[in-house]
Write a protein that binds this ligand. Structure first.
Ligand code: SAH
Length: 391
């Protein structure tokens, strides 16, 4: 095994994992500074009742909240100037009170013949985040960010190298999906349905470290229009490094979303290095939380495993992983390691990967290798660092 350097990063896994910290507070900055950096309120932060109450305070008629929500979530109109059936004065009110611009597009890139598109956003405080849209024959998926940066410090992930800037607001999370839903509707992908159907929280950040806003975003994405975007809960995947208390909390939300666990190693020695939060919650504990999630929700848990040459891809690790997962309600997604700037590691060779798959399947564990989208535009797993425009 190659030894992996671990750079301690402020607000990192160790802080998030410290006993007594809440799932929402892993940032290094003070609570006041964090709040100061949050964006202004947006309608996607609020449920329909709260939107109605706010507009009533502004003297708008009762039906206005539904009307505006229908524009935003139903017709995917994100700019109030496009809501031409509203009186001009109401548009002004609403723009000021409920629809501040949250995401400024800095760059959009496409690859895979237009089937993968990445958007780079600047947020109101200058933070940069990214979203990636992926078209498949049967569905269109958007991969969205839940934090600017990430505090989990996984050494093979580009986002993990920069540390955490801040949590995104609920609306900053939702608006990425609404924007991409509009982009698909206006300009469908070459061989995919013309509608956004799936959302994965696999962009920048650790979703369960921004727990309450991520859960609110899931509710908004899945509430029927005009309250929300009307996606199926089963078409949403929340991916985590394994913040055990937050996994338990999510299991009790009464949601039907898929949970993906970034395992990357079946043994604590290696996982302590690859996923530093493992120093706080060990493999056995994190898998117990995953099985409890499966029991409570009836949803099969995905196990993510980046295949890193000579690091975590040995046959004995495949067998150990197989023995841990055998008989469980789970599916393994192997992810060929994507290159990240300055990283010394590569993806496992194909024959090694095939042997790993063979051993897992022999143990009765459902296993697939994830198709790696967006490599050329640094849009693939672990490549989202938003570093290119920081000059
Ligand atoms: N913080 C969350 C979600 C973001 S990353 C999590 O860790 O689960 C989504 C997936 O991409 C995770 O499984 C992550 O470990 C994986 N990943 C990160 N860097 C990668 C890389 N360079 N190559 C392949 N997968 C990577």
């Amino acid at each position: 095994m190659r030894s992996l350097p671990l750079t301690p990063i402020a607000g990192s896994a160790a802080a998030a994992g410290a006993p007594g910290t809440t799932a929402d507070a892993p940032a290094a900055t003070s609570a006041a500074a964090r709040r100061a950096a949050m964006p202004p309120r947006h309608l996607a932060d609020l449920d329909l009742a709260a939107r109605s109450a706010l507009l009533a305070e502004l003297g708008e008629p009762a039906f206005r909240a539904k009307q505006v929500s229908q524009h935003y979530f139903g017709r995917l109109v994100r700019d109030p100037s496009g809501m031409t059936d509203l009186p001009a004065r109401s548009r002004e009110h609403i723009a000021a009170a409920l629809m501040p611009p949250l995401l400024t597009p800095l760059r959009e890139l496409a690859c895979d013949g237009g089937a993968t598109r990445k958007a780079l956003w600047r947020l109101h405080d200058g933070s940069l985040v990214e979203s990636v849209l992926m078209g498949y024959p049967d569905r269109v998926t958007v991969c969205i960010s839940s934090q600017a940066g990430c505090g989990m410090a996984c050494p093979f992930c580009a986002t993990g190298q920069a540390g955490l800037t801040r949590n995104l607001s609920t609306a900053e999370i939702v608006d990425q999906a609404v924007y991409m839903a509009g982009a698909v509707a206006n300009e469908p992908m070459p061989t995919s349905p013309p509608r956004l159907s799936h959302v994965v929280f696999m962009g920048m950040g650790e979703p369960l470290a921004n727990y309450s806003r991520v859960v609110a975003a899931v509710r908004r994405l899945t509430a029927p229009a005009p309250e929300g975007l009307g996606l199926s809960q089963r078409h949403i995947t929340v991916s985590t490094v394994g913040l055990v208390p937050a996994m338990h909390k999510l299991a009790d939300e009464g949601l039907q979303v898929t949970l993906a666990l970034s395992l990357h190693a079946p043994d604590d020695d290696l996982r302590d290095e690859l996923v530093p939060v493992n120093q706080r919650w060990k493999v056995a504990e994190v898998l117990d939380a995953a099985w409890r999630y499966a029991d409570r929700t009836g949803r099969r848990v995905s196990i993510e495993y980046a295949m890193i040459r000579d690091v975590n891809d040995q046959p004995w690790r495949a067998d150990l992983l197989g023995s841990l997962l055998r008989g469980r309600s789970t599916h393994v997604n192997l992810i060929p390691l994507n290159p990240t700037p300055g990283s010394r590691w590569d993806a496992s060779p194909k024959p090694v990967e095939r042997e790993f798959v063979r051993r897992l399947r022999a143990a009765g564990v459902s296993t697939t290798v994830r198709d790696t989208r967006g490599r050329e535009i640094d849009g693939a797993c672990g490549q989202l660092a938003a570093a290119e425009v920081v000059s």
